[in-house]
Design a protein around this ligand. Structure first.
Ligand code: SER
Length: 307
């Protein structure tokens, strides 16, 4: 029988593409997002992710088996609204974990992030287990969430799986309020204005992946047999080492007149507190993580498709 999955945060950068990918794979996808207006034949719902009763009623109505909880307030916005970010990022997770504990759903995906790492974490080849002192509200919420995932797995046997996503670069749905958003804005500006003012310093490197690799990784993790999942906090994932300067160089190969200048703001300190590269040996060994899209291909795709 066709499995029914619920995507909370279905209209966001990752959620929207996850819906498409899971539909193509034959899942019945129910979309839920605070930004949705209509009940389109009950396949989509306007949902506040902190409302447990509302989540539960969708789960019951559709006999949902798997929930992908993609709703979150990202790093830059969360610095401006700490209380709201904590409430959204934590309450939504605890509600979904409770539904799994109560056996109303069978499996949960919840994204963590490179933002859990702080300035005293080793910057290069960051290990799975290391010093983890997040310096942002978003990072604190993601690290706390990881610990909740591990707890619900250990104590209640909940099958919750998670990835520490690098920055994700994509063209279909714009992200909102992230520190790594510059790596998407830069392509828009390159095409429309031939110039970009970066809020991140030229040589600050953070790991980034192309959306298709993030989606492939997410689905591979969720489909892996339970016994091969050895990390129940969240898996390290490496990406491409990207900086504004590297993107500028690569874009210039196609748009030679493109120019970048720099006016950094509070987001620079956030980016600088994150690692440059990640050791993702466990993800490779346990369920076969690989990156298919290199920087050259990524830039080509972005310049071709971004509007
Ligand atoms: N891309 C996210 C952000 O910048 C990190 O997970 O907030």
């Amino acid at each position: 029988m066709q499995k029914t999955v619920l995507i909370i945060g279905s209209e966001g950068q990752i959620g929207s593409e996850l819906c498409d990918a899971l539909s193509v794979q034959g899942f019945k996808v129910i979309r839920a997002d605070i930004r949705l207006q209509t009940d389109d034949a009950k396949l989509q719902y306007q949902l506040d992710a902190t409302d447990k009763d509302a989540i539960e009623s969708i789960v019951e109505e559709h006999r949902i088996e798997v929930v992908y909880l993609m709703a979150a307030m990202l790093s830059a916005t969360a610095e401006r609204h700490p209380q709201k970010a904590w409430e959204l990022n934590m309450q939504s997770l605890l509600h979904v974990l409770d539904l799994a504990k109560e056996k109303k759903i069978k499996q949960v995906f919840w994204p963590s992030s490179i933002a859990i790492f702080g300035p005293d974490t080793p910057k290069k080849n960051t290990p799975q287990e290391t010093v983890i002192h997040p310096s942002t509200v978003y990072g604190i919420s993601k690290r706390a969430g990881e610990m909740w995932c591990a707890y619900y797995h250990r104590v209640f046997g909940v099958d919750v799986r998670s990835l520490r996503y690098p920055g994700i670069i994509s063209y279909k749905t714009a992200p909102g309020g992230g520190t790594t958003d510059y790596a998407i804005e830069i392509f828009k500006s390159a095409k429309s204005e031939g110039q970009y003012t970066s809020f991140i310093e030229a040589h600050t490197i953070t790991p980034m992946i192309y959306m298709s690799d993030a989606i492939t990784a997410t689905i591979a993790l969720m489909q892996a047999p339970s016994e091969s999942i050895t990390v129940r906090t969240s898996y390290n994932l490496d990406g491409l080492a990207v900086s504004p300067h590297k993107l500028e160089e690569e874009i210039k190969k196609q748009l030679p007149d493109f120019k970048v200048d720099y006016t950094t703001d509070y987001r620079q300190a956030i980016a600088a507190s994150w690692p440059e590269s990640i050791n993702d040996q466990r993800a490779r060994a346990d369920w076969g993580y690989t990156i298919h899209t290199d920087l050259q291909h990524l830039v080509q795709e972005m310049l071709t498709h971004i509007k």
